[in-house]
Design a protein around this ligand. Structure first.
Ligand SMILES: NC(=O)c1ccc[n+]([C@@H]2O[C@H](COP(=O)([O-])OP(=O)(O)OC[C@H]3O[C@@H](n4cnc5c(N)ncnc54)[C@H](OP(=O)(O)O)[C@@H]3O)[C@@H](O)[C@H]2O)c1
Length: 286
């Protein structure tokens, strides 16, 4: 137990997560866990890496399943005693042409992308060792200025979300309020944008800022979390539209996962796929 440095990537069996695996397997000094909700798809991805000369270990992890989160956490704790890198990559998005009612899409998308990511962080953060790095994959859709429903409510929401004293509980309340408004069909009047995916990613971007504040007050030394827009990447999520390859999309999330010890910045920041730190509150969105 102990000794080895450990990195974990969620939703790593395909897409950008698989691209991040390639980067970390090549560059991380330690053991890299490819996690996936489906064991067959995860093990097949580990085999793919092996063909490229890269070594990863597999563990099942469905972030939408509390039992799976707790089994994985226990496994890491009992096997290694700690964790050094967490990449929150797993997420879902409904297709534009989906006929699933908005309220249902909102509930599901906010649950997986926001609440499940938060649940995994809450479970794994106690295991983080000094100098740990957390890299959360957000989106251009996760910029605060995406909150663009009716005024003055949109401005009031933005002010709350941008507040340097926003708590996790308050952020959870806001996410739940959006789901309610989406179900009622009153999301726009309440200031929210139409797309659940946008709200979920604004949520994880806001969460990153809150988490860094907690890290700054943590007795463990030098804990850092950032989030990044990986660019428009051709994956199943985008129906293979998008100019970037998974390797290109993996660049900034991997960079954030591998930030060296004792860096001054970025911390609690929102990065663009070209590595620029973007002002999440004022914009502009590039
Ligand atoms: N592609 C883009 O242009 C783009 C742009 C901005 C942000 N992003 C973000 O980049 C990240 C990766 O997206 P992608 O484009 O690579 O999408 P993708 O190809 O659809 O891959 C998503 C991954 O997440 C996994 N996943 C979904 N639900 C999960 C759950 N409950 N537990 C564990 N894993 C789960 C999927 O597993 P299965 O194979 O089992 O479904 C898959 O491995 C996401 O956070 C996405 O929002 C993508």
């Amino acid at each position: 137990m102990g000794g080895k440095r450990i990195a974990v990537v969620t939703g790593a069996n395909k897409g950008i997560g698989f691209g991040i695996m390639k980067e970390l397997c090549a560059k991380f000094d330690g053991i890299v866990y490819l996690t996936a909700r489906d064991e067959g798809r995860g093990l097949a991805a580990v085999e793919e890496l092996k063909k490229l000369g890269l070594t990863a270990r597999f563990h099942q992890l469905d972030i939408d399943n509390a039992d799976s989160i707790s089994k994985f956490t226990e496994y890491i704790k009992n096997t290694y005693g700690g964790l050094d890198v967490l990449v929150n990559n797993a997420a879902i998005a409904y297709k534009r042409e989906s006929t699933v009612p908005l309220g249902e899409q909102a509930e599901h998308t906010i649950r997986v992308n926001f609440f499940d990511t938060l649940a995994l962080c809450r479970s794994l953060f106690p295991l983080l060792r000094p100098h740990a790095r957390v890299s959360t994959v957000t989106s251009s859709s996760g910029h605060l200025l995406r909150i663009n429903g009716n005024e003055p409510h949109a401005s009031a929401l933005k002010e709350k979300l941008a507040s340097p004293s926003l708590t996790e509980e308050e952020l959870c309340d806001l996410m739940n309020q959006y789901v309610e408004k989406a179900k009622e069909g009153t999301w726009k009047e309440a200031g929210w944008p139409y797309k659940p995916y946008e709200v979920s990613k604004v949520g994880v971007s806001a969460l990153t800022r809150i988490q860094q504040r907690a890290f700054d007050a943590d007795p463990r030394e030098d804990l850092v979390v950032n989030c990044a827009h990986p660019g428009d990447v051709a994956t199943d999520m985008t129906s293979n539209r998008g100019p970037l390859t998974i390797e290109e999309g993996a660049v900034v999330p991997s960079y954030l996962a591998l930030l060296p010890p004792n860096i001054k910045e970025p911390k609690g920041a929102y990065l663009w796929y070209d590595m620029r730190v973007i002002d999440w509150v004022k914009g502009p969105i590039p």
